[in-house]
Design a protein around this ligand. Structure first.
Ligand code: GYE
Length: 306
């Protein structure tokens, strides 16, 4: 009579529910909104939140998750900095009968019983969408379109899957030619530096695919400094949908923004409550997405809080 959450029903747990949550860091607008959503939802659902910030360091993050096990929290959730290195600590959590929820990103473990549920976006389809919208802009024209890509931090799920999704769609039609890539580490400064590098290495850049808003907004700064007209020449597509990027779209400095909602606090707390009570939870909970252009961005800006 053991439920997937690892709760012994003959000996039901008593409150309060303590959630140990390990966050990637505070690298940009998306992440800050994600943290705010989790903190707010914890309060609203009367869950004691033990929040730790890994500062982008995979080793610190694993140590933080060990500390949640030592503290015997009710449930552990984390947004992994990188996909690798999780087996040992998650087996320890399982032995301690503490259910685990992955948020936002995924991990590279074949034993999928190590986590009860994962909540987040379909990153490959965000890459697909970025390429489809860009391609549509060139419908009715001929010749290849030179695209450069600004990548997020190495080893993270969205870095890998957004690139794969974009490349897969580009390969299908052959219109988009991915000529170069540089890493921007998810930050505005990183995106600016990456764009500078890409401008040095490439004579003709028609479009930029920045894997998040902050890096795309950094690229805008570098492009303007180089006398270019970001938003049109080159076009820029980003992923996230923060207020700053929607403003960039409305101002004509970005071309498209693929939304990846950071607001996963409420669905997370709902899963946490169910796991605490030994209930069954869905293995995968997808978050929302949309695509914005200048017009729809102006509208969405009216009530965007992050
Ligand atoms: O796109 C980026 C953040 O994992 C979806 O991480 C998240 C990504 C998001 O740093 O802005």
């Amino acid at each position: 009579d053991e439920e997937p959450g690892g709760v012994d029903l003959r000996n039901p747990p008593k409150g309060p529910i303590v959630l140990g949550f390990s966050q990637v860091g505070a690298e940009g607008g998306w992440r800050r909104a994600n943290t705010a959503s989790i903190r707010k939802a914890a309060v609203r659902n009367r869950i004691d939140l033990n929040f730790k910030d890994a500062g982008g360091d995979p080793k610190k993050q694993i140590a933080d998750v060990h500390s949640f096990i030592d503290a015997r929290v009710s449930v552990i959730a984390f947004a992994p900095v990188v996909e690798t290195g999780w087996g040992e600590v998650l087996r320890r959590a399982r032995d301690a009968r503490i259910p685990v929820v992955l948020t936002d990103r995924l991990i590279d473990e074949t034993d999928t019983s190590l986590w009860a549920s994962s909540i987040g976006a379909e990153f490959a389809s965000e890459g697909n969408l970025a390429a489809i919208y860009l391609e549509n802009d060139y419908a009715g024209t001929t010749g290849t379109v030179n695209v450069v890509e600004i990548l997020g931090a190495n080893g993270a799920t969205p870095t890998k899957l957004r690139a794969e999704g974009f490349a897969a769609t580009a390969a299908k039609t052959g219109r988009l030619n991915i000529v170069d890539q540089a890493t921007g580490d998810w930050t505005k400064d990183g995106g600016k530096a990456a764009m500078r590098e890409l401008l040095e290495r490439n004579k003709r850049i028609d479009a930029v695919f920045a894997q998040n808003d902050d890096m795309g907004l950094g690229a805008v700064i570098a492009l303007e400094a180089a006398g270019k007209k970001p938003g049109s020449a080159p076009k820029i597509v980003t992923v996230d949908g923060t207020k700053a990027a929607l403003q960039g779209l409305a101002d004509g400095k970005l071309t498209y923004v693929i939304e990846c909602s950071p607001e996963i606090g409420e669905p997370l707390m709902s899963v946490v409550v169910d796991l605490f009570h030994g209930g069954r939870v869905p293995k995968r909970i997808p978050s929302e997405k949309a695509v914005f252009d200048a017009e729809t961005a102006a509208e969405a800006l009216l009530d965007r809080t992050y």
